[in-house]
Design a protein around this ligand. Structure first.
Ligand SMILES: [Mg+2]
Ligand SMILES: [Zn+2]
Length: 199
């Protein structure tokens, strides 16, 4: 029954795509400090490592997606984004946690790139490179742009109250076209919610 083989193969391909958790960096994993233009300004939230560890244990790839327009604006060199990621990786490793990848947009708003959030370029590239199913994935962030990004790719959206989150809720929630799927106090509460969701 040679005719069955291609169908089985296609099914296996679709099933191999995994959901992932996309995390904003500033205001979500670490303090929002404006332009993080030196590693000395990086302050990871005390709960971030355990929250990410919970996602690691749930076998969900954790992918950081961050807009870093300070590069295009000339506020800091592109290498700083990597240096901050290295510092974050070291701090996470002390608690046994890890992220699986980091994507950043170095452009500014008027550069007309495809990657600056809420544009979905970083998620689409991550999906190709890591075999991810965006529609079963999650996006966690502290700005409405992170929520909009999730909606654009059909992912579930979680807004955290840390960083810009509380102000986004206070001053803008009445005008949100589509609300987040969940509002979490912080990344710890977001992770707890995510691991309880049906796969
Ligand atoms: Mg943020
Ligand atoms: Zn970009």
């Amino acid at each position: 029954m040679a005719g069955f083989a291609p169908r089985r193969w296609l099914l296996a391909e679709a099933e191999s795509l995994r959901p992932a958790v996309f995390l904003d960096r500033d205001g979500t994993i670490a303090e929002e400090v404006g332009y993080l233009n030196h590693v000395s300004r990086f302050r990871m939230f005390p709960f971030a490592a355990q929250a990410i560890l919970q996602l690691n244990h749930a076998k969900l790839p954790v992918i950081v997606i961050t807009n870093q327009s300070g590069v295009a604006r000339g506020y800091f060199p592109e290498s700083l984004v990597g240096a901050v990621h290295e510092l974050m990786t070291t701090q996470l490793a002390k608690e046994g946690a890890h992220t699986d990848a980091l994507y950043y947009c170095p452009h500014k708003g008027d550069d007309a790139c495809a990657c600056r959030k809420p544009k979905p370029g970083m998620l689409e590239r991550a999906a190709r490179e890591h075999g991810l199913d965006l529609r079963r994935s999650f996006v966690v962030g502290d700005r409405y742009g992170d929520i909009e990004l999730a909606h654009r790719v059909g992912a579930r959206a979680i807004l955290v109250r840390t960083g810009y989150g509380e102000g986004e809720i206070r001053w803008h929630s009445a005008n949100w076209p589509v609300p987040p799927d969940f509002i979490a106090d912080d990344l710890a509460a977001a992770s707890e919610w995510i691991v309880r969701q049906p796969k």
